[in-house]
Design a protein around this ligand. Structure first.
Ligand SMILES: Nc1ncnc2c1ncn2[C@@H]1O[C@H](COP(=O)(O)OP(=O)(O)OP(=O)(O)O)[C@@H](O)[C@H]1O
Ligand SMILES: [Mg+2]
Ligand SMILES: [Mg+2]
Length: 460
């Protein structure tokens, strides 16, 4: 059967017609089962109810400008262990390989790992029954001249249009992240999802740089939208700070995000601006628990972890005894906590004001599920649009300004004597609010960036 097989060297040119990639240099890698395609900006989406993935391929080595925009149905998602032992979940697509005038269907995993500069690896599965490898040779099926490549790729050279905006976050599947990418693309911008864990920093007095997995340098961004989840605060803020250092606009600054993650520090700043908050205590030693409880008006009271979110670190202690044990238990775990007056009149409701560039663009009221005092959507709360009072609006605007946040989610509860500020979030979620609002909040975030950096390119 040898005669029918294509003999290939260790490197060959091939093409992927379904993805409209006319020529890509593939490294023949019989050590790997599945073939891999080097792709960036890999973003999942749904098309007519089916899982799809959108990605960009830079088909030519050492060429960061020639970009092919691809989309494909998702065939599978697989865990792949790299040679360094790190497990990565990769999308698998089915595509057609064309080589030496033969074509057949192959599976391709998408990876942003730059495999020694090769944009494609051809694995055993794709070759089985069809190819023989002569490992000493390369380009047995012919080399392509730079003229031919230029002809192929001329139309694919990225033309500057719109802004280049990076979304610095952890999960491209998250509703908020998907919406921000979508809204940016709708405005004609070049949106890229930058995974926090894949960015790294070059600190250098003269030539500081931001790098991305595989060695790509990320220095040409016009703006970065940091959406840092609490568990990634330290590294995410370091990256945001570095983008600032290399002159990139960040929608929320690293300093403001860092500040907002510490509830105690935030409250200190907020009361300095004269904003009303529920009476709050903080103590270091369990010896002071008794007085701490008295300070906030006794039980029932609220205990909050300093770095909690989605309502997870917020507990209600109904009695003095319960409060004592709760506070002392947290202390013995060395957790940093706040003790706060329980505002019963809030009646399991809170108001989330979404602030962008100093304006409340939308407000919703969240109502806690039955038997629950926390109104968070993640705790089963339901949302509806609410008309806020001028005082509530003022509190939200001053709070965002005090925290120096361009985009903020300000939480307020309605107490007996008026509104009380609970906290200011630096990555407010979009799902709850867009679910009930007619406004395109993600688009408003993008427009705020356009305004801030005085972008006049696109009108629609
Ligand atoms: N002092 C209080 N009195 C009454 N209810 C409160 C009080 N503090 C918090 N709550 C309720 O618990 C919810 C969660 O509290 P808070 O917003 O402080 O925590 P969080 O975990 O940071 O939430 P988020 O996801 O909004 O960041 C509030 O939205 C509110 O419904
Ligand atoms: Mg919070
Ligand atoms: Mg909250």
């Amino acid at each position: 059967m040898k005669e029918n097989k294509i003999v290939v060297g260790s490197v060959e040119w091939c093409s992927l017609p379904l993805l409209q990639i006319p020529a890509i240099k593939a490294r023949v890698d019989s050590g790997a089962k599945t073939s891999a395609l080097h792709a960036v900006n890999i973003i999942p989406f749904n098309k007519e109810g089916m899982p799809y993935v959108r990605f960009e391929v830079l088909p030519l080595q050492n060429d960061g400008k020639t970009t092919i925009y691809c989309e494909s149905p998702v065939f599978d998602k697989r865990k792949v262990k790299s040679s360094s032992g790190i497990v990565e979940v990769r999308y698998v697509i089915k595509s057609v390989l064309s080589i030496a005038e033969a074509t057949w269907e192959i599976e391709l995993t998408l990876t942003n790992r730059d495999s020694m500069g090769y944009r494609m690896l051809l694995g055993r599965q794709a070759m089985a029954g069809r190819m023989l490898v002569d490992p000493e040779a390369s380009f047995l099926l012919g080399e392509l001249s730079s003229e031919v490549l230029r002809d192929y790729y001329q139309i694919h050279i990225r033309k500057p249009s719109g802004l280049k905006i990076g979304l610095l976050a952890s999960n491209p599947n998250l509703y908020s992240n998907r919406r921000i990418i979508e809204a940016g693309e709708e405005r004609g911008h070049n949106m890229e999802f930058l995974n926090i864990k894949d960015c790294y920093i070059k600190l250098d007095g003269k030539f500081p740089e931001m790098h991305y997995r595989g060695g790509r340098i990320l220095n040409d961004f016009d703006a970065i939208i940091p959406r840092i989840r609490p568990s990634a605060t330290f590294y995410g803020c370091a990256l945001t700070r570095h983008f600032e250092a290399i002159g990139v606009y960040t929608q929320n600054s690293a300093a403001s995000i860092t500040q907002s993650r510490d509830k105690l520090y935030s409250l200190q700043l907020l009361i300095n601006s004269g904003l009303p908050i529920p009476t709050t205590g903080f103590a270091n030693s369990p010896l002071d628990t008794d007085d701490l409880i008295k300070m906030v008006g006794g039980a029932p009271l609220i205990v909050k972890l300093l770095e909690g979110t989605q309502g997870k670190g917020v507990v209600l202690a109904e009695t003095k005894k319960a409060a004592e044990s709760l506070i002392n238990a947290f202390k013995s775990l060395r957790a940093n906590i706040l003790v706060q007056e329980f505002v019963k009149e809030a009646d399991g409701k809170d108001i989330r004001c979404f602030v962008i560039n100093g304006k409340v663009v939308e407000s919703i009221m969240r109502t806690a599920a039955p038997g629950e005092f926390r109104a968070n959507i993640h705790m089963g709360g339901t949302a509806s649009i609410v008309k806020i009072t001028p005082e509530e609006r003022r509190i939200a605007v001053v709070a965002a300004k005090t925290m120096n946040l361009k985009v903020a989610g300000v939480d307020i509860i309605r107490g007996q004597k008026g509104p009380l500020l609970l906290e200011v979030n630096s990555s407010p979620g979009l799902e709850g609010i867009e679910g009930v609002s007619k406004k395109n909040i993600a688009r408003l975030m993008i427009e705020a960036i356009e305004k801030d950096i005085k972008y006049k390119g696109i009108v629609n």
